[in-house]
Design a protein around this ligand. Sequence first.
Ligand SMILES: NC(=O)c1ccc[n+]([C@@H]2O[C@H](COP(=O)([O-])OP(=O)(O)OC[C@H]3O[C@@H](n4cnc5c(N)ncnc54)[C@H](OP(=O)(O)O)[C@@H]3O)[C@@H](O)[C@H]2O)c1
Length: 256
Amino acid sequence: MYRAHPKDGIAWVTGASSGIGRTVALELSRRGYKVAATARRAAELESLAAESQNIYSFPGDITDRAGMARLAGEIEDLHGQIVLAFLNAGVYFITERDRFSADVVWRTFEINVGGTVNCLDPVLVAMERRGKGQIALTSSLAGYGGIEGSAGYGSTKAALIYMAETLKLTYERAGLTIQIVNPGFVHTAMTAQNDFKMPFVMDADRAAKIICDGFEKGGFEITFPRRLAYLFKAVCLLPYPLYFARMRRWTERARR
Ligand SMILES: NC(=O)c1ccc[n+]([C@@H]2O[C@H](COP(=O)([O-])OP(=O)(O)OC[C@H]3O[C@@H](n4cnc5c(N)ncnc54)[C@H](OP(=O)(O)O)[C@@H]3O)[C@@H](O)[C@H]2O)c1
């Protein structure tokens, strides 16, 4: 199984202007990678690039399909082949907690699923041609099973888990390593919106180390914190009446 190495080429990180993407970009540069950093806020990417001479700013909106194909080509023209793609950019709109909104659900799908697909496409083509490459998609524990108030976000994350499973089966014969990153709660701008107690919440630097260790190990799923992940996996195996009862209890406890 192929494991990316800094001497093989550059890493591409989306969602690198803040949170998990930013800390993973820094951790990868510490581990010797050149890193191409993408997000919409160019100023944030410039300040990230100022922290390491191995990080290069490639601003862009992942919902721009042609733009992402162009950007991936530019990264390879300027810095060599992309050997590790961490497709991590994503959004959660807190308004979906209160009521279902088609606009919010579509926008969440457009970014979390559509945007990831737009980045995947050029990277898969190039890596398949070369017969090697490593791609990790950021999903979430929220993708394991239905959580109250997460109709849009949770479904996009479930879709990404399915997509990664499918891509692994489809592309492993071509020499590609496909991974899914399923974090629990991490302190970032996204979770700063939450007004409930987040179980086992972790800081973004610690999350970045776990994710980069996972890239090096190469297993399919990189999930943390383990206790929460395995507990949630077990709950998802329960018959539906028990699953819903457990999920209601968790939601009530978090609200207290
Ligand atoms: N924090 C958690 O507890 C947690 C748990 C599970 C999963 N996750 C997932 O981890 C990933 C990173 O989230 P985070 O917690 O680090 O949140 P964050 O700090 O809000 O980071 C989100 C990143 O995505 C980028 N982004 C959003 N829309 C984009 C677009 N259209 N085009 C390009 N970039 C875009 C943002 O940059 P710009 O605004 O500059 O574009 C930002 O860099 C997300 O996929 C999230 O769902 C987070």
